[in-house]
Design a binder for this molecule. Structure first.
Ligand SMILES: [Zn+2]
Length: 470
C-alpha cells in the first residue's frame, strides 16, 4: 500500500509539471506542423499597456489580440551585456545560443550556429521571413545568415539569397542593387535581383504587385532602406505587415507540408529609440493586425503554433511622469491620437521650412504651425520652439520633437537605447503550454526546435564543415 502511494505520488510529481514546463529535450508528441514566430522588436511591458489603454480610451476595446495568450516572459541579456542588442537577442531566439551584441548567428568565438530556419529547411519545411525593416537588418538576418558584425548587410543579403528561402518580404533594396545603380549601398557589381530571378524568384516592389501574387519563391522588397513607419506609410506604395504576413502564409502553405515563418514588427523598436510614442503605438497596431492574420491561420488549421516574443525592451518606456516636478496619477492616450506623423517625418517638414528663403519670423511661425498641425500641440514654449528652429544634427531634430508630445501625454522614456527588463511571451496552438513561465530567450529556440523535431546541433556541425572547406 505504502509502495503504491509512493509510486502514485512519484507519478504525480513527474506528471504535474509536464503540461506546464517540459524540458526542451522531451519528445514532442504534440508538435505543430507550422510555426509562426512573431517578434515585435523593442516591445516592452509598458508598450502593451500603452496600446491597450489607447484602444480602451478610443473605442472601449479592452483586449489586445494576444492578451489571452500570455504565457510568460523572456529574459533578454546577451553573453557580454546585461542589455542586449537586436543581433544578440535575435541570435538567442533563432539559435538558442547567447552571443555578443552585434553578432549575427555566430557564437562568442564568431563561428556559425544553426538557426531554426535552417533546421526547418533541412526537415523539408517551407520557410519565410517578413519584416518592416531592411530584410538584411539584425532580426531577419539572424535566421538566415552568419556574419560577425550586423553591419555587413551586403554579405547578409548575398547569404540570404543563397539559402533558397521561399518567401522574403520587407525593405532593404539598397543591399540587393549593384553599386553602379542609384540608391545602392553595395560596394560590388553583384545584382542580387538578377541572382533572385535566376533562382526562380518572383520579384515584387509595390503593394499592388504583392496583391497579385501568393506563390513562392517570392522576393518582395518595398523600399531602399527600412519600410515606412506605419503612421507615415503610403498604403498605395508599401503593403502593411498584416498583408505581407497573409501573403507569406498563403505562399508557404501551398509550397510544402509544414512551414516556419518569422514575422518582425521591426519599427516598433525604431520608434522606441526615437522616444516617439505615437509612431511606437501605430507600429504596434500594425503588428497586432499581423498577429490577427497569424491567429486566423492557426484557428483554421489547428496545426500552427504562433509564438510572440520581443527580443528586448527599447527606450525605457513608462506611462505616467512628473510634470513641473510633481507626480501625476494619470497619462493621456488622447494626446497621442492627435499625432499624425512620426517625429522623423515632422523633423523633415521642419527642416524644409528651415532651408526656405523666408524671413526668420515667418520660418519660426511656419515651424510652430507645422508642429500644431501634425501633433495637436499648440501652446509651445519659446524655449522649445527655439530648439526646433536652431537644433542641428540629423536625428537631433526628431529627438527635439518627441519630448513635446511625451510631455502632453505624460509618457516617460529613460533611454534612446534598449533596456534590460524582461519582455512578455505569448503562445497559441499545439505546444503552446511549453512556453509557460519565465524563460531565458534561448529557451524559446530550444522549445521550438524540439516541437518541430529539428536538430540545430547537426545544422551547426554542417555549417562548420562547410566553413572549414571554404
Ligand atoms: Zn531589437
Amino acid at each position: 500500500m505504502t509502495r503504491l502511494l509512493l509510486a502514485l505520488s512519484l507519478l504525480f510529481t513527474l506528471a504535474g509539471p509536464l503540461h506546464a514546463q517540459r524540458a526542451p529535450n522531451a519528445p514532442a508528441e504534440d508538435g505543430p506542423t507550422n510555426v509562426i514566430l512573431m517578434i515585435p522588436d523593442g516591445f516592452g511591458p509598458a508598450s502593451v499597456t500603452m496600446a491597450r489603454d489607447f484602444l480602451r480610451w478610443r473605442d472601449g476595446t479592452t483586449e489586445l489580440p494576444y492578451d489571452s495568450l500570455h504565457v510568460g516572459s523572456s529574459r533578454t541579456f546577451s553573453a557580454k551585456s546585461r542589455i542586449t542588442d537586436s543581433a544578440a537577442g535575435g541570435t538567442a531566439l533563432a539559435t538558442g545560443v547567447k552571443t555578443y551584441n552585434g553578432a549575427i548567428a555566430v557564437d562568442t568565438t564568431k563561428r556559425p550556429v544553426g538557426t531554426l530556419l535552417e533546421g526547418a529547411q533541412r526537415q523539408g519545411l517551407a520557410t519565410g521571413l517578413v519584416a518592416t525593416s531592411r530584410i538584411t537588418h539584425a532580426t531577419p538576418a539572424v535566421f538566415s545568415s552568419h556574419v560577425p558584425d550586423r553591419d555587413q548587410e551586403n554579405e547578409i543579403a548575398r547569404q540570404q539569397l543563397n539559402k533558397e528561402i521561399d518567401v522574403l518580404l520587407g525593405g532593404g533594396r539598397r543591399h540587393f542593387l549593384p553599386e553602379t545603380m542609384a540608391n545602392s549601398a553595395r560596394n560590388d557589381e553583384r545584382n542580387l535581383f538578377e541572382t533572385a530571378r535566376r533562382k526562380g524568384y518572383q520579384i515584387v516592389e509595390t503593394a499592388n504587385e504583392l496583391s497579385q501574387t501568393n506563390t513562392a519563391p517570392l522576393l518582395g522588397l518595398f523600399s531602399d532602406g527600412h519600410m515606412a513607419y506605419e503612421i507615415d506609410r503610403d498604403q498605395t506604395q508599401q503593403p502593411s505587415l498584416a498583408t505581407m504576413t497573409e501573403t507569406a502564409i498563403d505562399a508557404l502553405s501551398d509550397t510544402r507540408e509544414g512551414y516556419f515563418l518569422m514575422v518582425e514588427g521591426s519599427r516598433i523598436d525604431h520608434a522606441g529609440h526615437a522616444n516617439d510614442a505615437a509612431a511606437h503605438l501605430h507600429d504596434i497596431f500594425a503588428f497586432n493586425e499581423a498577429v490577427n492574420v497569424a491567429l486566423d491561420a492557426a484557428h483554421r488549421d489547428e496545426n500552427t503554433l504562433v509564438v510572440i516574443v520581443s527580443d528586448h525592451e527599447t527606450g525605457g518606456l513608462t506611462l505616467g511622469r512628473n510634470r513641473n516636478g510633481e507626480g501625476i496619477y494619470s497619462w493621456h492616450p488622447d494626446a497621442l491620437a492627435d499625432v499624425t506623423a512620426s517625429s522623423a517625418a515632422i523633423a523633415d517638414s521642419i527642416r524644409a521650412h528651415r532651408s526656405s528663403n523666408a524671413d526668420p519670423t515667418t520660418v519660426r511661425q511656419r515651424i510652430a504651425d507645422t508642429l500644431t498641425r501634425l501633433t495637436g500641440v499648440s501652446d509651445l514654449s519659446d524655449e522649445r520652439l527655439d530648439r526646433l528652429v536652431d537644433v542641428e544634427g540629423k536625428y537631433t531634430l526628431g529627438k527635439a520633437v518627441s519630448p513635446i508630445v511625451n510631455r502632453e501625454a505624460l509618457v516617460g522614456w529613460t533611454s534612446h537605447a534598449h533596456t534590460a527588463v524582461d519582455v512578455s511571451l505569448y503562445a497559441y496552438g499545439p505546444g503552446a503550454n511549453r512556453f509557460v513561465g519565465n524563460h531565458d530567450n534561448t529557451y524559446v529556440s530550444e522549445a521550438l526546435a524540439d516541437l518541430l523535431d529539428l536538430n540545430l546541433t547537426s545544422v551547426t556541425e554542417a555549417l562548420r564543415t562547410t566553413e572549414a572547406s571554404e
